[in-house]
Design a protein around this ligand. Structure first.
Ligand SMILES: Cc1cc2nc3c(=O)[nH]c(=O)nc-3n(C[C@H](O)[C@H](O)[C@H](O)COP(=O)(O)O)c2cc1C
Length: 368
């Protein structure tokens, strides 16, 4: 697959998102790579991996847990809640900056997607409703258990964990954070009218379902400044066994509530042809980053058109960046893209992580 972006393409124009000056509008989408150390400290290879992709307008890191309990969905996913984590993230941030890049850390809590054999603790969720999916635990593939419904007093400490992890990201020298409100994890579970059956201030009406995500965005923005905060949402996304019936109204409430904060960007993972995108697009006046969630032959053509029309401010691209560290250069010249190798997405070690060749390396190999 290849696509050429013209020199005057909108996606190649610079853009200011909050406090960050991005040199182009093709961002690297968050990608879990499951290579972190057992205690949640990122891999020693992570600095190299991210620095290789520093030409992205903005790198959004793999989902990074705000606490031990937040980190139980998959093996070897990183956190940012200990000094050791923070130290490694500062080395990663330094490597990315030295290579000319910019980086936001995606912060998550997995909620009911957690498994006690991974996190060591009982998973929690808005309501005691299990996700009908399996996960890879140290003792093999297992169904997810029924989570414990959070007591109302448990909720403020979770907001606090996001605030602290965001502070650590900034102290580590990163440029900002993205709150992970997408893909069936804790904040999405609260937004949903199916997985959230609470009858207190955090469930029921769209206002109540949006409350936790809004409180986290507000707390983090107050801590590190709104220009360093992004939010990712995926209305209607079925990942993690989600089957939301109401795919719009809690998101409308959320966007209206956080609009006055003037955060850096809203990142939406949705098909741009889906009704939810149209409904939410009209409500958001700040920078909007779109991830279409699909790799098609016409993807870059479609994203470029949306950028030209001003429908999106930037595009987030996942697998194409995973497999092409020099994606921006390849799009400039219309070079074929390396194909991502699914078998190494989550496998330990350097293969499929730091060894995807650049055009220059391919040319060198051919002439050798
Ligand atoms: C290997 C892999 C890991 C992912 N990890 C995350 C993640 O940590 N956080 C997140 O919000 N989305 C994650 N996603 C979803 C991607 O950000 C993106 O939405 C998806 O890959 C579709 O975009 P693409 O077609 O450009 O790859 C992941 C996807 C893949 C393939």
């Amino acid at each position: 697959m290849a696509y050429t972006l013209a020199d005057d393409a909108s996606l190649l124009e610079s853009i200011q998102v909050g406090d960050v000056a991005a040199p182009n509008r093709i961002f690297m989408a968050p990608l879990t790579r499951s290579r972190a150390q057992a205690d949640g400290t990122p891999s020693d290879l992570a600095a190299q991996y991210y620095a290789q992709r520093a030409a992205a307008g903005l790198i959004i890191t793999e989902a990074t847990a705000v606490s031990k309990a937040a980190n139980g969905a998959y093996l070897n996913t990183p956190g940012n809640y200990t000094d050791r984590h923070q130290q490694k993230w500062s080395e990663i941030g330094e490597a990315v900056h030295a290579a000319g890049g910019r980086m936001f850390m995606q912060l998550w809590h997995v909620g009911r997607m957690g498994h006690p054999e991974i996190s060591g603790v009982e998973p929690v969720a808005p309501s005691a409703i299990a996700a009908d999916v399996t996960t890879h635990t140290p003792s093999g593939k297992k169904p997810l258990p029924v989570p414990r419904a959070l007591a109302v007093d448990d909720i403020a400490p979770i907001v606090e964990q996001f605030r602290r992890a965001a502070r650590r990201a900034i102290d580590a020298g990163l440029d900002g954070v993205e709150i992970h409100g997408a893909n069936g994890y804790l904040l999405h579970q609260f937004m949903s009218d199916v997985t959230n059956q609470r009858t207190d201030a955090y469930g029921g009406s769209p206002e109540n379902r949006a409350r936790l995500t809004a409180e986290i965005v507000e707390a983090v923005a107050a801590e590190i400044g709104p220009g360093r905060v992004g939010l990712r949402i995926s209305p209607g996304n079925a990942a993690g066994g989600m089957h939301d019936v109401d795919q719009v109204s809690a998101y409308e409430v959320l966007l209206n509530r956080i609009a006055p904060l003037d955060v850096a960007y809203l990142h939406v993972l949705v098909d741009p042809d889906a009704p939810a995108f149209g409904a939410l697009r009209g409500l958001w006046f700040g920078p909007l980053v779109l991830n279409t969630g699909r790799e098609t032959d016409t993807r870059f053509c479609q994203l470029e058109e949306l950028a030209q029309w001003g429908v999106i401010s930037a595009a987030a691209v996942g697998r194409a960046f995973l497999a092409n560290p020099d994606l921006i250069d390849r799009l400039r010249v219309g070079a074929d893209l390396n194909e991502p190798d699914v078998a190494t997405f989550y496998a330990p070690g350097p293969a499929g992580y730091v060894d995807y060749p650049t055009l220059e390396e391919l040319a060198q190999a051919q002439s050798a």
